[in-house]
Design a binder for this molecule. Structure first.
Ligand SMILES: [Zn+2]
Ligand SMILES: [Zn+2]
Length: 128
């Protein structure tokens, strides 16, 4: 299976349901915007995600202890920026406005926010 990047839904964050900005992959394989996942587990934006409390769980699969080994996916961020430039720039703008402060409002807007697991990325085609 490959990332197709055909629609915005393909690179959607399950927390804010928007195009991912600065995606991070948790150890369980779920991807979120860095700012979203930090907000969701109560880690200040200036602190590393590994500071997440021990009882914190992944918003998608509820698995615990998946934050310490989280990986920032710079390449995926670049791909999203190239493919969905307008939405990505909008996300970056909102990130600086602390858009995740309204998490409760956004959260259940859509039930099936699609997101990718890390294993999909291993087959990702190289794009220049
Ligand atoms: Zn997000
Ligand atoms: Zn998960």
């Amino acid at each position: 299976m490959q990332l197709k990047f055909e629609s915005v839904d393909d690179v959607c964050c399950a927390v804010c349901l928007e195009v991912m900005y600065m995606p991070v992959g948790l150890k369980c394989g779920h991807l979120f915007c860095m700012s979203c996942i930090k907000q969701a587990v109560g880690v200040e934006s200036s602190k590393p995600l590994g500071r997440a409390p021990r009882q914190a769980s992944c918003p998608s699969c509820r698995q615990r202890g998946v934050f310490a080994g989280a990986v920032e996916l710079y390449e995926l961020n670049n791909l999203i920026r190239r493919k969905f430039t307008r939405q990505w720039l909008e996300q970056r703008k909102q990130a600086t406005d602390d858009h995740c402060a309204q998490l409760g409002v956004h959260r259940r807007r859509r039930t099936s926010g699609s997101h990718y697991v890390l294993s999909n990325l291993y087959n990702m085609p190289v794009v220049n």
